[in-house]
Design a protein around this ligand. Structure first.
Ligand code: SF4
Ligand code: SF4
Length: 341
């Protein structure tokens, strides 16, 4: 197999094109050979690729190779990768769901609100997302509902979780708004303050507990924000996993610390060079905590929210999470003093 960097998708004008079907398969094989055993297809919207069923079926047929050690020494273990996909569900078809079932792919369907769905998705229809969950569940495909909470849709969190569970979602992935792309211009409009985040977590936990279901918070929060709060059915993380537990590979084959980061570290075929990149080093060494956290005894278990959002918004990854509004930030915004972004 040719694992040389394929630069045919780097056009002379700097535009980097998506990988072809053959290139995606080559990349997936490379990852499985390197021991990657969890593969999540995300976007944008992965169902926009016409070859998505072919790609999923190919990934399901791979074997991830990992070395493990026991009393008999070191040996190799081969296992089928676990497959996941994040989608808005609008283009889901029975043919696609059949492939999901055959390949054991777990679907995560985005549901940012009910009555607010159209506003938050620029014209989308929540009924399509709920319909995709119903169809997947009816066919036996495991489905999670991903609910991103913003200042606009937080008032309908109970109804949104209830609708997702009634549509067949067996778990909930809760996220808070993180600025990036077009969202950079809407931070004050969409970001939650710390009290709203606490309320969101407690409400979600209560609904999940009542329904006998489980969920997790996908967007990390500072440990001091949840100090003293108890969750029964919701798992809430305080550590950023970027570069340490997963990486993102974009549609053109470039590695990023996570899918929220726009920084291309290297092409996946040059993965050995990634250690030299300053951003990779910063994430793997966890050297980006805000200076305001110095001396905190929770530092080993906390990354103070999203460092990439801080870097994207202010250019400085070592400031407070800009998408988690503290009292001082709210006061600044109310006085119109917030720096322009
Ligand atoms: S490290 Fe910072 S954000 Fe985390 S608990 Fe300590 S003070 Fe809070
Ligand atoms: S950088 Fe931010 S979005 Fe990316 S994994 Fe870490 S907390 Fe999550």
């Amino acid at each position: 197999m040719n694992l040389q960097p394929n630069r045919t998708n780097d056009r002379f004008d700097g535009v980097i094109e998506d990988m072809t079907t053959a290139e995606v398969k080559e990349m997936l094989t490379f990852l499985a050979d390197a021991g990657v055993s969890n593969i999540s297809f995300t976007g944008g919207e992965p169902l926009l690729r016409e070859d998505i069923c072919e790609i999923v079926a190919f990934a399901a047929g791979l074997e991830a190779v990992n070395a493990f050690e026991d009393t008999d020494g070191v040996s190799l273990r081969r296992s089928r990768p676990s497959l996941y996909m994040n989608t808005n569900g609008a283009l889901s078809t029975s043919e696609f769901l059949k492939v999901c079932l055959e390949c054991g792919l777990r679907l995560t369907v985005s549901l940012p609100g009910l009555r607010t769905y159209q506003e938050l998705t620029a014209g989308g229809d929540a009924r399509k997302a709920l319909g995709a969950m119903e169809a997947a569940s009816a066919m036996g495909v495991q489905v999670t509902a991903a609910i991103t909470i913003t200042r606009i849709n937080e008032h309908e969190l109970v109804e949104t979780i209830a609708a997702a569970l009634l549509a067949g979602a067996d778990s909930i992935l809760l996220n808070r708004f993180l600025a990036g792309g077009r969202g950079l211009g809407k931070i004050s409009e969409l970001s939650l303050d710390v009290d709203q985040v606490k309320r969101m977590l407690l409400i979600a936990d209560e609904v999940l507990h009542t329904a006998g279901r489980y969920g997790r918070m996908g967007t990390e929060v500072p440990a001091c924000l949840i100090a003293g709060l108890q969750f029964r059915n919701l798992t809430v993380g305080t550590r950023c996993s970027a570069a340490l537990h997963f990486v993102a590979i974009d549609p053109s084959g470039y590695v990023r610390v996570c899918n929220h980061s726009p920084v291309r570290l290297c092409h996946y075929t040059d993965i050995d060079s990634v250690w030299q990149h300053p951003l990779w080093q910063a994430y793997t060494r966890r050297s980006l905590l805000p200076t305001s956290c110095s001396g905190c005894h929770s530092r080993p278990d906390c990354d103070a929210g999203c460092r990439e959002a801080a870097r994207l918004v202010s250019g400085d990854p070592m400031v407070d999470d800009p998408c988690l509004l503290f009292d001082a930030q709210l006061a600044d915004m109310n006085q119109g003093n917030r720096r322009s972004i």
